[in-house]
Design a protein around this ligand. Structure first.
Ligand SMILES: [Zn+2]
Length: 250
C-alpha cells in the first residue's frame, strides 16, 4: 500500500509522450537564459526547451478568461510561486519525493543522477507524478500537453495558497481528501472538458486510495473549502516568505 505522503503529487493520468530533446527551440529567452514569465527553483539549471514548454501552458492560462487562470499566471509571474522541472528538485524535496514513492526504490545517492540528460531517476519519478509541490516550489514533469500542464499549474498553485504541505496530514484521510478535492475542483474549473462525466469525490477517493468510510458523510456531501483563487486576498493570508527555509543539502 502506498503511503499518504505521496499524495501532494498530481497523479499521472495518461501515457507520456517521449521526452523532448533539449535545445533547438527558440523563444522565451532573455540574455540571462531565463524566462521573464516564471521564476525557476534552480535558475542555474535551465534550457530553452523547458521554458518554451512552460510558456505554452502559460499561454493557455492567459487565453482563459477567468480570475482563476489570470491569478494563477500572476502568482507564477511574480515569483510568489517558483516553478521548475522534476530534474531540478532541491535535495530536500528529492528526499520527500523519494520517501513518497517507496516502490521506486530510490536512494539518497540517486539525487546526483537527477539532472543528467535522459536520467532514469527523473523518468521513474515522472512516471508516477505530473507535479509536486512543497512550500512555494512547484515541479512539473515533461511531456504534458499545454492544456494539461496549465491545469497541473492551477492544481499545484492551489496547494501553495492553501499551504497543503502542512494541513494535508492533520487528520488523515479527511485532510488529504479536502486538500486534493479543492485542488482538483480548481483544475476542473479551468479545464472542465477533461473531467466531464467524472464524479470528483469518487475520483479523488479512488486515485488517492482514501478510505471513504473514514470520512464524514457531511464532508463527502459538501467537500469544497477555501481557498480557490490565488488572488490578492488569498496571498494576504499566505506568506511564503515565512515558510521554513528548505534545508541545505547534506
Ligand atoms: Zn494535489
Amino acid at each position: 500500500m502506498r503511503s499518504f505522503a505521496w499524495l501532494l503529487a498530481g497523479l499521472v493520468a495518461c501515457a507520456h509522450p517521449a521526452a523532448e530533446e533539449d535545445g533547438g527551440l527558440e523563444g522565451g529567452k532573455d540574455d540571462r537564459g531565463t524566462s521573464s514569465r516564471f521564476v525557476e527553483v534552480d535558475p542555474t539549471h535551465t534550457n530553452a526547451t523547458f521554458r518554451v514548454y512552460v510558456h505554452k501552458a502559460l499561454d493557455k492560462l492567459a487565453a482563459n478568461d477567468s480570475a482563476l487562470a489570470r491569478e494563477t499566471v500572476k502568482s507564477i509571474a511574480s515569483g510568489k510561486v517558483r516553478l521548475d522541472e522534476l530534474a531540478d528538485l532541491t535535495c530536500a524535496d528529492f528526499e520527500r519525493v523519494r520517501k513518497d514513492l517507496p516502490d521506486l526504490g530510490l536512494t539518497a545517492a540517486d539525487y546526483g543522477l537527477l539532472k543528467r540528460r535522459g536520467s532514469e531517476v527523473t523518468a521513474a519519478i515522472a512516471g508516477e507524478i505530473d507535479g509536486y509541490m512543497w512550500s512555494n516550489r512547484i515541479y512539473v514533469s515533461r511531456g504534458q500537453d499545454p492544456q494539461r500542464l496549465a491545469a497541473t499549474l492551477v492544481h499545484e498553485v492551489n496547494h501553495v495558497i492553501n499551504r497543503s504541505e502542512v494541513g494535508y496530514y492533520d487528520d488523515l484521510p479527511t485532510s488529504a481528501f479536502l486538500h486534493e478535492y479543492r485542488a482538483f475542483h480548481a483544475e476542473r474549473m479551468f479545464d472542465p472538458g477533461y473531467y466531464e462525466g467524472v464524479d470528483l469525490v469518487d475520483y479523488v477517493l479512488t486515485e488517492y486510495e482514501l478510505d471513504r468510510t473514514k470520512i464524514a458523510q457531511a464532508i463527502l456531501a459538501d467537500p469544497l473549502t477555501p481557498k480557490l483563487v490565488p488572488d490578492a486576498d488569498a496571498w494576504r493570508t499566505r506568506s511564503v516568505d515565512a515558510d521554513a527555509p528548505d534545508p541545505a543539502c547534506p
